[in-house]
Ligand binder design. Structure first.
Ligand code: SF4
Length: 326
């Protein structure tokens, strides 16, 4: 049970707030004016808060839809965040360096996000990607948020848009109740199991993620395979070759919307903050990575293996469906 749920005054009676309060059990419910008063305070400890969670329910007012930073994807697009932070605890998660607090923030004004998305979409005829898993895992908290339940039907009306629901979750219960549509991609982040064991605490096993991929594909969902981030410290090149074969061949090629592969890297400032918060994090102290151009990223020894992996992936999948982060 959470200690406290903080709720913004002006949305206390909102139907999504009431739903959240019914599902998340807490000892105290405290009304606040604005989530930033708590969430953005300095001198909070992300690691300590992660072990002793509180929740915030709020309405997002500004920057509802933002351009995706070029350093995170090779695709032009936008992201929007119905939630800050995540139920999982990956050692490399940049949110530890990005936010001052580990509290889970749920933004409940979905209609405002919808309007902002619509405004972007009507200004162009070209295909626009919208990513929902930038500041959280898009699917892991679906039971609480009803995010997909609202946004999957919403995106079915936007013919020039794609919604990517990025996840490490194996939840399918809620998605299977929704009609899939080709504008929505359920994109699974995948890594070899030996790496999941060490660096992706609390996440479902690789076999559970693969099982969910198969179930969703059989039920008409378009699947994204995201080998991101590659971490060639604990896992070997051979582990990834095996993973590629397993994932690419577990469903018909026609179900695969896209495949991407990305290196492990963080901005220098995020990396420094994460180290300061957690001096036991062995991954972030690995000497095969270092700072270059304001980014913490792998040295050439690892980059060369990644190039080989990219070439291998290109042979398995039609070129048109591969997106490679630089
Ligand atoms: S699943 Fe994604 S958002 Fe959640 S802790 Fe891991 S990297 Fe961060």
């Amino acid at each position: 049970m959470a200690k406290t749920i903080f709720v913004e005054n002006n949305i206390f009676e909102h139907s999504r707030t009431r739903k959240l309060l019914n599902i998340i059990k807490a000892r105290n419910i405290i009304k606040i004016n604005h989530y930033g008063e708590l969430f953005n305070r300095n001198r909070q400890n992300f690691r300590i808060q992660k072990d002793s969670l509180n929740y915030i329910i709020a309405a997002k007012k500004n920057n509802l839809v933002m351009p995706v930073p070029r350093s995170t994807t090779s695709v032009d697009g936008y992201y929007f965040s119905h939630m800050y932070n995540c139920i999982y605890d990956c050692d490399y998660c940049f949110l530890q360096g990005h936010f001052n607090s580990a509290y889970h923030v749920y933004f409940i004004n979905y209609e405002d996000f919808g309007e902002a998305i619509l405004n972007k979409s009507i200004k162009t005829k070209t295909k626009l990607w919208f990513f929902s898993g930038y500041d959280c895992d898009s699917l892991a908290s679906e039971k609480i948020t009803g995010f997909a339940e609202y946004f999957v039907p919403f995106f079915s009306k936007l013919k020039n848009c794609i919604l990517e629901i990025r996840t490490k979750s194996s939840r399918t219960t809620e998605l299977l109740k929704i009609k899939p549509n080709p504008n929505v991609v359920c994109a699974f982040s995948l890594n070899p199991q030996n790496l999941i064991n060490v660096f992706e605490k609390g996440t479902p096993s690789l076999s559970r993620r693969i099982k969910s991929i198969k179930t969703l594909s059989e039920n008409g969902w378009k699947i994204g395979l995201r080998f991101d981030p590659l971490i060639l410290t604990k896992a070997r090149k051979e582990d990834y070759l095996e993973l590629f074969d397993l994932a690419v061949n577990c469903i018909p090629k026609s179900s695969i919307h896209s495949v991407s592969l990305g290196t492990l890297r963080l901005s220098e400032s995020h990396h420094k903050k994460m180290i300061k918060n957690d001096r036991q994090n062995r991954l972030l102290l690995d000497n095969r990575y270092g700072y270059e151009k304001k980014m913490w990223q792998p040295h050439s020894e690892i980059r060369n293996i990644e190039v080989h992996l990219r070439e291998h992936l290109k042979k398995l999948i039609p070129q048109s469906s591969i997106f490679l982060s630089e």
